[in-house]
Design a protein around this ligand. Structure first.
Ligand SMILES: Cc1ncc(COP(=O)(O)O)c(C=O)c1O
Length: 403
């Protein structure tokens, strides 16, 4: 095993002078719970995503949980109704459906890792949750057409996708949810948003995230009578002024950060293009701001070991099979083990300097060739055979919970 000088982790953040100033301002204000910083972060996030409203909560999962709960209340969905989810996603997308006592139904994915809706929904399906994996949207015009045809609501899991329009639109669903957890495009430690254009839905979401409290008077005269009234069962999902201040401090540098990530991805694409790997691609019509750099390879274990030995932290790309607890609810555990490899090249090998995106060096090129993929002698054809297996596996998963 080689000696590792420095470990490259999956997430990282740079504390700027601006962030220090904003945090100092929260401390000086002696008001830590949701206040003017949360309101400002919400306004700026909504504007960034062309949404009328954005509710800031303590995680992307919380945002999805209350967004679905709000849709359930608004549309009168009954317990056991179904929500279509792609078979490739983070566990939270499924957990929030189960937490709302709805039933997940798994759909296939397309070559860009977005949801592929090529089969009609089973009876009692009320919603579809496209998951915008790794910084780019799904084929949302197809998802929208499908939803319209079958009268489904769209709740977007945009936890990995920030300010990335597809065919000119940044958000399509009735509600779209984001995460600002570590290693996401904007990182506030913990945090998330539920964004919508529907004023009543925004009120409902905020209420659900705040113990079911009627905390959003629509006219000033409502204030005294509605100040401490609880209208529904809710949750305690509020975020604090600290997260909001850190988030506000990052937004002015967001474009640079997104460009930096993209430059890294383009560099990896160029460097790794002649190796027997399937690399992530930009969907036609989409803006792609990568969050990770997932590499598809039949030699996952070998690449994983190489990266780890060389100080690069790896992640398997959202394998749903890790969530064995679902067996209790769905009656089966998705067999996603062979689906994808997430071997993350050193996206964070460079110091985060938002003002000056770093240029890839020859040393990095050699490093990646030698350690990430260069030791793979097997042919591209073998790789493609594996791809076929992958397709079979994901097809099998379609509407799994119906079996
Ligand atoms: C696709 C997806 N959905 C939901 C979440 C949950 O976000 P959080 O960790 O902020 O709860 C994540 C987190 O990475 C995610 O990647």
């Amino acid at each position: 095993m080689s000696a590792v000088a420095e470990r490259i982790g999956v997430g990282g953040v740079t504390t700027t002078l601006r962030a220090r100033e904003y945090i100092a301002s929260v401390l000086d204000s002696e008001w830590y719970s949701p206040g003017k910083w949360c309101a400002r972060f919400e306004r700026e996030w909504a504007a960034l995503h062309d949404r009328a409203f954005a509710v800031f909560v303590n995680s992307g999962t919380s945002a999805l949980h209350v967004a679905i709960a709000a849709l359930k209340e608004k549309h009168g969905w009954q317990t056991g109704y179904k929500v279509i989810i792609p078979a490739l996603t983070f566990v939270a997308s499924v957990n929030v459906v189960l937490a709302n006592r709805l039933k997940p139904v798994f759909a296939d994915i397309d070559p860009y890792y977005g949801i592929d809706l090529s089969k009609p929904p089973p009876p009692d399906t009320v919603a579809v949750m496209p998951v915008h994996i790794n910084g780019q949207q799904c084929s949302m015009e197809l998802v929208s057409a499908y939803a319209e045809m079958y009268d489904l609501r769209i709740v977007e899991d945009s936890c990995q996708c920030v300010a990335a329009p597809y065919k000119g639109k940044t958000a399509w669903g009735e509600v779209s949810c984001y995460s600002t957890y570590a290693c996401h495009h904007v990182t506030t430690g913990v945090g998330g948003f539920a964004a919508t254009d529907d004023a009543d839905l925004a009120v409902l979401i905020r209420s659900l995230a705040n113990h079911g409290r009627d905390g959003i008077p629509r006219t000033p005269s409502d204030v005294p009578s509605r100040r401490f009234r609880f209208e529904r069962q809710g949750y305690s999902y509020r975020a604090s002024e600290f997260e909001a201040a850190v988030g506000c401090a990052q937004l002015p540098d967001l474009r640079t950060e997104l460009q930096r990530r993209r430059e890294m991805a383009d560099f990896f694409a160029e460097t790794l293009s002649d190796l027997p790997l399937v690399l992530p691609r930009q969907r036609p019509g989409a803006q792609w701001w990568p969050m990770f750099y997932p590499v598809l390879t039949p030699y996952r274990d070998r690449h994983e070991a190489l990266l780890e030995e060389n100080g690069v932290e790896t992640r398997r790309f959202l394998p749903l099979d890790v969530a064995t607890n679902w067996a209790r609810y769905t009656g089966t555990v998705p067999e996603m083990r062979e689906l994808l490899t997430y071997a993350r090249p050193p996206m964070d090998a460079y110091p985060q300097e938002p003002q000056q995106p770093p240029k890839p060096s020859n040393t990095t090129r050699t490093y990646i060739r030698k350690n990430v993929a260069g030791k793979t002698a097997d042919s591209k054809q073998a790789m493609m055979q594996k791809m076929m297996t992958i397709v079979v596996v994901t097809r099998y998963l379609f509407f799994l919970s119906e079996e």
